[in-house]
Design a protein around this ligand. Structure first.
Ligand code: CTP
Ligand code: MG
Length: 370
């Protein structure tokens, strides 16, 4: 189990965006800014610090089992302090602005790895523009090589950060400043240009334009023969029937089509290449175990599932009573709500191979967001 918690601060008002509501509720690609953030954190506890619209936040976070809501304060510092009370039992803590929805899983992993070695890890990027300092009577340029633009999430040894916050009284806009005042310089890790903080209405526009384009579609198909003395497993559900599907693994035709659609969307090779049927490791294996491996391939490529649509073609047995359980099994392994998984079943009206009950076909379409 991961040894870190995340705190996402969302208790601001988002006034500079000009929106009549908090910017964390702004939607792009059918998700709020906050949901874009939540999707990226893979840890046992995520504390969301919020102030208003608590009912709405409860609805949004209900789909995320690892989220706890807490009341933030009038300043960012107070919101972070409130979050730390709930994260204190984890060795490390990542503190993130809810207004940075483009954070990548890769950067989160880099930061937590660096924090384990150094006690802190703070992302920064170089400043690209010329910076001019204005005083009462002059304008002078600052050497941009000496400047670092600081981002979140910032990762810390939790107890050290709690101690720093207990000793520093000032209202600072950034946790690394609080930490370094007590423990000396932080460790810095190069961040990502795309991890900008949504602050103005132009940032909102950039976010919605970028979010609406990186979609990939994948299609998968599979067929297995029905024979005597085999289990019938579909979507990880054991279905009582006098015949079962023949195959090297448990022959779960639904999960096989699903995996191929996910791999195809990424441009990867199919399950026949990944899990060859002459490998004893996969003999009679539950296809849900193979699905876990495909999920880790998606994670490595920073791909999120947008939705899945599967059709089963079987003359017998009646599959309707088992579909809710199939959706639950798949939703658990993919880590997405079962409302994003559609499974339908149909007969072939007695025609052809399927109609004669000789086998079962599954087809799957998967949409990924990169
Ligand atoms: N934040 C917070 N509690 C506060 C103020 C800010 O949790 N009392 C959070 C914001 O929700 C945001 C992050 O700190 O995710 C960074 O702050 P900022 O970009 O300034 O957000 P807002 O304060 O919401 O925006 P604005 O200053 O334009 O009103
Ligand atoms: Mg603010």
């Amino acid at each position: 189990m991961a040894d870190y918690a995340a705190i996402i601060v969302c208790a601001g008002k988002g006034e500079r965006t000009g929106l009549p509501y908090n910017k964390i509720f702004y939607r792009a690609a059918s998700k709020t800014v906050l949901e874009h953030c939540l999707d990226k954190f893979d840890c046992p506890k995520i504390v969301v610090c919020a102030k208003n619209d608590i009912e709405r936040l409860k609805e949004i976070t209900a789909n995320f089992s690892d989220v706890t809501l807490t009341l933030g304060g009038d300043t960012r510092t107070q919101s972070v302090k409130a979050g730390l009370k709930l994260a204190k039992d984890y060795k490390y803590v990542l503190i993130h602005d809810g207004a940075r929805p483009n954070i990548s899983k890769k950067l989160i992993n880099n930061l937590i790895t660096a924090c384990r070695q150094n006690g802190s890890a703070v992302p920064y990027i170089n400043v690209k523009d010329t910076i001019i300092q204005k005083t009462d009577n002059s304008f002078s340029s600052i050497d941009r090589k000496s400047l670092m633009a600081i981002q979140t999430p910032q990762a810390f040894d939790t107890q050290k950060l709690i101690k720093a916050y207990s000793e520093i009284d000032a209202e600072l806009t950034d946790d690394s400043q609080v930490f370094s005042k007590v423990w000396g310089d932080c460790h810095y890790v190069y961040g990502e240009d795309s991890n900008y903080k949504i602050t103005t209405s132009e940032d909102l526009l950039m976010f919605s334009q970028k979010s609406s384009c990186d979609y990939r579609i994948g299609f998968g198909y599979d067929f297995h023969k029905l024979v005597k003395d085999r289990r019938l497993v579909l979507g990880g559900v054991d279905i009582p029937y006098e015949y079962g599907l023949l195959g090297h693994s448990d022959a779960d035709v639904l999960v096989h089509a699903l995996m191929d659609s996910m791999l195809s969307a990424l441009g990867e090779r199919d399950i026949g290449c990944l899990f060859p049927d002459n490998n004893q490791e996969y003999k009679d294996i539950s296809s849900l175990k193979l699905l876990e491996k495909v999920v880790s391939i998606l994670k490595n490529k920073n791909a999120d599932i947008n939705n899945i649509s599967i059709t089963l073609m079987a003359e017998r047995p009646k599959l309707n009573p088992y579909i809710t359980k199939m959706k639950e099994n798949i939703s658990y392994i993919l880590g997405i709500s079962s409302s994003l998984i559609g499974i339908t079943a149909t007969t072939n009206e007695g025609c052809g191979t399927i109609g004669r009950g000789e086998g079962i076909t599954a087809m799957s379409v998967c949409q990924l967001k990169l």
